[in-house]
Design a protein around this ligand. Structure first.
Ligand code: PMP
Ligand code: GLN
Length: 381
């Protein structure tokens, strides 16, 4: 493997999910629900396969039905108008959208400013694109962005801001004021913004503000969404990009040589899912909020310091009250100790010292699974 990728090692999700399987532990590591999304959406996928819709290469930008459904979703929830033909692109999950955007938009040596911790593909994709990452660290307890530090991180070599709200792994959701400050900086320094909003519907009281809704931002923003997160089908890998035509066209230039297309029948199903009534989205939130409260209360009782998330299906904790070890050692030993798998936040940082004792748990699991996990974690002290 080349020198750009070698430092990235193996993704933590592979390591920890393998450990969960090998030890029969409850997997609160990798973020995926243990309950599939709506029955009618599954049905739509099955029907598409059987009717021969999408079994051969779908169109490069994605099937028109899905591009239209994405545009309608952006209109329904955010009042944003996107032309399905020139301003929407279907990708192989948000992961490919991130990769294609960075590969398409970065010149070698361009700097990318992003809040750390970040989802682990960000660092790898910036590296593969020959870019240079410039992290701005979010710190407990609130993980609120330091806007002065963000401003100071931008140089003449900065090409884009890579954002993620609601934020994995901290659960922080950018406030309107914070989003406006980020937007002001982008306009002032003429930066592009790639914004990963895959957890857009997974918020608990906090309002999700798409960056593209702020003044002057639509024309410089690439917004990324995913059916995996919004509809609980992470195995389908259907994601999408909305952006102005020139940016969509750029992302597509890279995407066409990565996967060309993917998931034909699932694209039909994702179109069905995006048209679900508002009630679906409300229930998703309500259920997840209950799960968050269940797990956070259990973790606190078990001796973890808990940083309660406003969004996503992750909670970050501090293990200092339970262990002297760093998060990595703690997570590697946790399955043996109590049959639970978690993720050490340090893998999401360049400044690993800032996350030495931070550990992430996923709560997108059945209530009884969370209850059992809490009981097991209670044995730690
Ligand atoms: N972005 C973030 C912040 C994520 O947490 C994830 C992983 N679930 C992704 C992107 C990838 O999404 P997908 O599964 O659609 O590729
Ligand atoms: N995004 C998910 C998480 O943070 C997992 C994605 C993956 O396995 N690459 O847990």
């Amino acid at each position: 493997v080349n020198s750009r990728l070698a430092p990235m090692g193996t993704t933590i999700f592979a390591e920890m999910s393998a450990l969960a399987a090998a030890t029969g532990s409850i997997n609160l590591g990798q973020g995926f629900p243990d309950t599939d999304g709506p029955e009618e959406v599954k049905q739509a996928a099955a029907e598409a396969v059987l009717a021969g819709r999408g079994n051969q290469y779908p169109p490069g930008p994605g099937i028109p039905e899905l591009r239209t459904a994405v545009a309608e979703h952006q209109k329904r929830f955010y009042g944003l108008d996107f032309d399905p033909d020139s301003e929407v692109l279907v990708t192989a999950g948000a992961t490919e959208a991130i990769a294609a955007a960075l590969l398409a938009l970065l010149e070698p040596g361009d700097e990318v400013v992003a809040f750390e911790p970040y989802y682990d593909s960000y660092a790898a994709c910036i590296a593969m694109a020959g870019g240079v990452r410039v992290p701005v660290t979010l710190r407990p307890p609130g993980f609120r962005p330091d806007l002065d530090a963000l401003r100071a991180a931008v140089t003449d070599r900065t090409r884009l801001l890579l954002l993620n709200t609601p934020h994995n792994p901290t659960g922080m959701v950018l406030t309107r004021a914070e989003s406006e400050a980020v937007a002001e900086l982008a306009r002032e320094r003429d930066l592009l913004v790639v914004t990963d909003e895959v957890y857009e519907h997974l918020t608990f009281g906090a309002e999700h503000i798409p960056l593209a809704t702020l003044p002057g931002m639509r024309e410089r923003t690439v917004t990324i969404g995913s059916a995996g997160k919004t509809f609980s089908f992470t195995g389908w890998k259907i994601g999408w990009v909305t952006a102005p035509p020139a940016l969509v066209s750029a992302v597509r230039s890279a995407k066409q040589f990565l996967t060309y297309v993917s998931g034909g029948p699932f694209q039909y199903a994702a179109a069905t899912a995006l048209a679900l009534p508002d009630e679906y989205f409300t229930t998703l939130r309500t259920d997840l909020r209950r799960k968050r409260d269940l797990l956070t209360a259990g973790l606190a009782a078990a001796g973890f310091e808990v940083f309660r998330p406003d969004g996503t299906y992750f909670v970050t904790t501090d293990i200092s009250g339970l262990s002297e070890e760093d998060g990595m050692a703690f997570c590697r030993a946790l399955p043996e100790r109590c049959g639970v798998v978690a993720i050490p936040n340090q893998v999401f940082y360049d400044d690993t010292a800032a996350a030495r004792s931070l550990v992430r748990f996923a709560f997108c699991k059945k209530d009884e699974v969370l209850a059992e996990a809490v009981q097991r974690l209670g044995r730690l002290h």
